[in-house]
Design a binder for this molecule. Sequence first.
Ligand code: UD1
Ligand code: UDP
Length: 385
Amino acid sequence: MSVPKIMTIYGTRPEAIKVVPVIAALQRDERFISVPVSTGQHREMLDQVNTMFGVTPSYDLGLMKAGQGLNEIVSRAMVGLDGIIEEEKPDVIISQGDTSTAMTAALAGFHRGVQIVHLEAGLRTGNIQSPFPEEANRRIIGQVASLHLAPTAASRENLLRESFDSSRIVVTGNTVIDSLLKAASWDTPFADPALADAAATDRDMVLVTTHRRENLHAMEEIGGAVQELAQAYPDMVFVLPLHLNPKVRLAILPKVENLDNVIITDPLPYDQFTKLMDRSKLVLTDSGGVQEEAPALGKPVLVMRENTERPEAVAAGTVKLVGTDRNRITTEARRLLDDADSYAEMANAVNPYGDGQGAARSIAAISQLLGIGTRLPEFTAELAA
Ligand code: UD1
Ligand code: UDP
């Protein structure tokens, strides 16, 4: 057999953060030819990650458009990827997570008869409308995948419940922890002067991120909650690295931009964001990746959603679902900021998502799929404890 070609397709910031360890491992491994492909569904936010980790995609479709619709992204990505798949003829396509890029990459590869490997397989809320469209995307990818790289035992259970072949499921740990451990070791200074000054004081910091499509209607509630908290805790600093989606900015900025103790920044480079999570006392977010990272740093997370496909840190007590109602967000945040016992109960460093070996287990599982290697022992939360 000739050297197998592995095409890793990605397009947004979180996919990039989670595939870079896999791309780096493939590139080091002489058993594979690695072809990283970007759809460019995101631009600045994706380029930040590629630059930081030194990845240059072999192809970049440059798809991002302001206010892009789902069908527009999917149809343009499908056409663009098809030409690249036809040209490169990969043996395997890796699709990560649940974005429009990931779903399209899996379907485009499947249509061309390529084996699909789903990295971060088996996450489920059980509600096809939430998160939208991600829950549908990951289920579609699962249907066409030959190998399911489930981050945790719970995600494997979800797949088994849907009758996927157990021999095609491998628990790898989430590769986000590979990237987190690497970035955390860099200790990069904050480039934003206001953030650098605030971080150098002993003031408590609260980190807020929001971007989910199904939360766009609730952004003013979320902005209102941050405004109320910032006014109630003038000694604390609230930091909002705002997603570049103009709809997020328009809704959030009017509520918070004139408050002295609120720092608004552009999306932070991943190493600085990691440092900020570590510096923060509390994290409010609707992000998937942040729900995985903050618990590993021992930071309590209030998730501004009604459900989550990441139940492990909720079970460990470090993450709590609070929805998007302004009063509920502020009540839960106040409880943690005012009551040291409640805070201490949630501030336990837990690492149910990975141990930094997610990429190595993923590559080994792919080598077994291709008949050129064997799997490694699976990830268990005890390994990361
Ligand atoms: C996408 C994913 C979501 C993921 C999120 C991570 C889908 C359907 N959604 O949502 O699952 O959680 O990425 O952030 O795939 N923009 C820029 N520059 C950038 C990135 C975005 O200006 O680098 C702006 C553009 O105006 C763009 C808008 O943000 O139209 C929305 O981007 P899009 O990729 O459509 O959706 P996200 O909400 O980012
Ligand atoms: N992140 C970052 N800079 C920021 C905000 C987030 O590097 O300013 C990282 C974060 O650490 C996590 C990822 O981006 O790894 C999450 O991306 P996002 O919340 O956009 O998407 P999701 O994970 O919800 O799909």
